[in-house]
Design a protein around this ligand. Structure first.
Ligand code: 13P
Length: 242
């Protein structure tokens, strides 16, 4: 059985006070969410400890948005697996397109960060996706195949989530047609040894389109930016209608 994982990626949003208010408003709205759905909030480092604390005993897991491949060292501005683990984080986003685009993340560093996550008992959410230019040039499949193959060298596929996030659909309101996302995700699955890996779609997922996206046969969840920032809207995503 593939697990459904609905994850919010807060990116660089929310102070501790914001995060605290969010949790308070969110929790009563999750009571009807079917048990088998995994819910995750991937938050900035400064809110992780607070979230773990406030979500203790709840069904929401906490995730980080980056992890360095070394345990410690002279890497100013980075964070290590043991540090995240100590705080109680369970998930970590790896290889998000914003990290690839603005912070020099490559397929090699993505691979190293995935390994570090698994070594430290965290579940990485590996992000892949093509640009608009690549999609228009019919390169989507080759780009994704390449990203997946390079990212997954020597990676254990039994503690892994993958998110297909077409870059042109991120933060633009321009969602990938559900059927197209389903096709790409099916292609990703065909490259995997473990057919049980959960594969999410990400890119302008919102309350208005989540039901259609989650109705697709290959799509096992969503990785959500903007619509995860408001408690009511994240709750609606968690409560998607199957
Ligand atoms: P949006 O949901 O804001 O398009 O962001 C998607 C994303 O990048 C999640 O990681």
């Amino acid at each position: 059985m593939r697990k459904v994982v609905i994850a919010g990626n807060w990116k660089m949003h929310k102070t501790q006070a914001d995060a605290s208010a969010f949790v308070q408003q969110l929790m009563p709205q999750l009571e009807g969410v079917p048990d088998e759905r995994e819910l995750v909030l991937c938050a900035p480092f400064t809110t992780l400890g607070l979230l773990v604390d406030k979500l203790q005993g709840s069904r929401v897991q906490v995730g980080a948005q980056n992890i360095h491949w070394e345990r410690e060292g002279a890497y100013t501005g980075e964070i290590s697996g043991p540090m995240l683990k100590e705080v109680g984080v369970r998930y970590v986003v790896v290889g998000h397109s914003e990290r690839r685009q603005y912070f020099g993340e490559t397929d090699e560093t993505v691979n190293a960060r995935l390994k570090a996550a698994q070594i430290n008992g965290l579940t990485p959410i590996l992000c892949v996706g093509e640009t608009k230019q690549q999609r228009d040039a019919n390169e989507t499949e080759s780009v994704i195949v390449n990203q997946i193959k390079q990212a997954l060298v020597d990676i254990n596929q039994f503690n892994l989530v993958i998110a297909y996030e077409p870059i042109w659909a991120i933060g633009t309101g321009d969602t990938c047609a559900a059927a197209d996302a389903n096709d790409v995700i099916g292609k990703i699955r065909s490259l995997l040894d473990n057919q049980e890996v959960s594969i999410q779609y990400g890119g302008s997922v919102k309350p208005e389109n989540v039901d259609e996206i989650m109705a697709q046969s290959e799509i096992d969840g969503a990785l959500v930016g903007g619509a995860s920032l408001m408690p009511d809207s994240f709750a609606r995503l968690a409560n998607y209608r199957a």
